[in-house]
Design a protein around this ligand. Structure first.
Ligand code: HEM
Length: 286
């Protein structure tokens, strides 16, 4: 049950960060402006719903900690901070400030509260590990939250409004450098964290913790392959919309399927991450 609650927290936070950060980080160029404007109201609706789901996930996670006797004063404080941040985010939306950078800052702060209750925070020298955990999760959320944003918000719009196909192609192209940077940062910070919790190479194969890490790393490789497919095959076909409208529309339909599949693999990766946080670490085992 706590695995499910942890996955719910990770998934909700990831989609929330994607919803608040995608447009300001990726859709600033003129080539993406029409799609950004068309998606504005769907974006606000998504943020509202996911903020609600994130609050529900935090409440569930906290209740389970209470039941398990793991709800310390620090956890209680972090829980209140999380709900306060989500309340602030909801107020900003009500006040018509959906484009405010404060929303992105609130997303990053919510992830920080998660890192402050992660396993890294219980290490004797916790500052660097917590920082690595925070950066790891932020980039995972920007990347996978971006994938979710494509699947939930952008692709359905473009399938209704074909004149926005080229704008979708440009958005994939703008997302690509951010995705590549995320892969590098996630890999590096992931290795740093692994060094804290896995002290022997064999532990990768003969402990549940190590096997969960192997599953997560394989899914990570699959996500990289999806990204390459979208960047090198789908994006050029969408951008050729004016010259070849029919094949661009076909590319958008293929993209709808492959981005949904990528989002599913992302959800499984987060499940593997959640499993790692509830399993005993490999370096404590004999
Ligand atoms: C897209 C791929 C990945 C995603 C979405 C992801 C996501 C996450 C998340 C959400 C956490 C929990 C953070 C927290 O509780 O504050 C985490 C922790 C961790 N990740 Fe990843 N990660 C990915 C790839 C990797 C890779 C490639 C490695 C190793 C090379 C790695 C190693 C770790 C380790 C060791 C932890 C700490 C787990 C613990 O608390 O025991 N991750 N990851």
């Amino acid at each position: 049950m706590s695995l499910l609650a942890r996955w719910f927290v990770f998934a909700a936070l990831t989609v929330l960060v994607g919803a608040v950060a995608f447009a300001p980080l990726v859709m600033r160029a003129q080539a993406t402006a029409a799609l950004r404007a068309e998606a504005a109201s769907a974006r606000v609706r998504l943020i509202r719903w996911v903020a609600l789901l994130t609050a529900a996930a935090f409440v569930l996670d906290f209740i389970l900690r209470l039941i398990e006797g793991a709800a310390t004063t620090r956890e209680a404080v972090l829980f209140i901070v999380r709900l306060t941040l989500l309340g602030g985010l909801a107020l900003a939306l009500r006040g018509g400030r959906a484009e405010s950078p404060a929303l992105v800052a609130a997303g990053a702060a919510l992830i920080l509260t998660q890192s402050l209750s992660s396993r890294s925070a219980s290490l004797p020298e916790w500052v660097l590990p917590v920082l690595a955990d925070w950066i790891h999760f932020i980039f995972a959320a920007i990347w996978l939250g971006g994938v979710a944003y494509f699947a939930i918000v952008l692709v359905p719009i473009v399938l209704r409004r074909r004149e926005l196909l080229a704008s979708l192609g440009a958005t994939i192209e703008k997302f690509s450098p951010l995705a590549i940077m995320s892969v590098l940062v996630i890999g590096l910070t992931g290795i740093m964290q692994s060094a804290s919790f896995l002290d022997r190479f064999e532990a990768l194969f003969n402990t549940d913790y190590g096997r969960a890490l192997l599953v997560k790393s394989s899914l990570f490789a699959a996500l990289i392959a999806f990204g390459a497919f979208h960047q090198f095959i789908i994006s050029p076909q969408l951008r050729a919309w004016r010259a070849r409208a029919a094949s661009s529309y076909e590319a958008a339909r293929r993209f709808r399927i492959s981005i949904a599949a990528e989002a599913l693999v992302g959800a499984l990766t987060l499940a593997a991450a959640a499993a790692m946080t509830v399993l005993p670490v490999a370096n404590l085992l004999p």
